[in-house]
Design a protein. Structure first.
Length: 202
C-alpha cells in the first residue's frame, strides 16, 4: 500500500545559522509535496492502531521515519498526511493555514497531537479577533492558502514560504502569521502582559 508524505526544505536557515532569529526571515520554509504513489513515504497511523493523541516516546517513531525521509531527500522537515490523505501535522509541529482572514487547523480526528502551542495560538488568534476553525484539510488547500505556518514547542510560530515550489501568498511571512508570531514572542519573552496565564515566573 502506498504511503503519504510531504517534505519541507528550510529556505535559508539551519540550526546554528547566525540568521536564525532575524525578525524578518525567522524560519521561512519551502515545501515539496510527495504524492501517495511514492512507496517509501510515511503517513500518520489510523486511530485503531495506537493512541495518536498521546504524547509518548513510541508515537515519535513515526515522526522520526518521516524526518529521516525528508533528510534523505535533502530537506529539513516533513508534513504528514493522515490515513485518509488529509493534512495531519509536521514531524514535531502542528500546522495552520489562513484563508480569507480565517485560520484553519486539522481537527483532532486527523491523527495529530493536541499541542500546547497549537492551543495557545488558537487562544491568541481568537483574542486578536480571528476565527479559528478545526476541520479536515485537503493537501490541495496548502497550495492555495494565503498563509501557512507551523506551531510547536520548538517551532513556536514558523511561516512556510512555498509548497512544492508554489509560492504561498507573497512568498514571505504573511500579515496574520507575523502578527501572531510577534504577539506570541512578546508574551513569552516578557515584553507584553501575559493575560492568558501562560508563564510561571521564578
Amino acid at each position: 500500500m502506498p504511503n503519504h508524505i510531504q517534505l519541507l526544505s528550510q529556505e535559508i536557515m539551519s540550526p546554528g545559522n547566525p540568521h536564525l532569529f532575524h525578525p524578518e526571515i525567522r524560519l521561512l520554509y519551502q515545501c515539496l509535496l510527495l504524492y501517495p504513489e511514492q512507496p517509501s513515504a510515511v503517513y500518520e497511523p489510523a486511530p485503531d492502531t495506537f493512541p495518536t493523541l498521546a504524547k509518548c516516546g513510541a508515537n515519535y517513531m513515526n515522526s522520526q521515519l518521516a524526518k529521516l525521509e525528508a533528510i534523505e531527500h535533502g530537506y529539513d522537515e516533513a508534513i504528514m498526511l493522515d490515513y485518509e490523505g488529509h493534512v495531519s501535522e509536521g514531524s514535531g509541529e502542528n500546522i495552520f493555514i489562513v484563508e480569507d482572514g480565517v485560520l484553519y487547523t486539522p481537527s483532532m480526528d486527523s491523527s495529530n497531537l493536541k499541542g500546547i502551542t497549537r492551543e495557545s495560538i488558537k487562544q491568541l488568534a481568537n483574542d486578536l479577533g480571528y476565527e479559528v476553525v478545526e476541520e479536515g484539510i485537503s493537501r490541495e488547500r496548502l497550495y492555495f492558502a494565503d498563509e501557512v505556518f507551523f506551531s510547536g514547542t520548538a517551532a513556536e510560530v514558523t511561516p512556510i514560504r512555498s509548497i512544492d515550489h508554489k509560492i504561498i501568498g507573497a512568498g514571505k511571512r504573511g500579515p496574520i502569521s507575523e502578527k501572531l508570531q510577534k504577539t506570541f514572542f512578546d508574551i513569552v519573552e516578557g515584553k507584553k502582559d501575559d493575560k492568558f496565564g501562560w508563564l510561571d515566573y521564578i
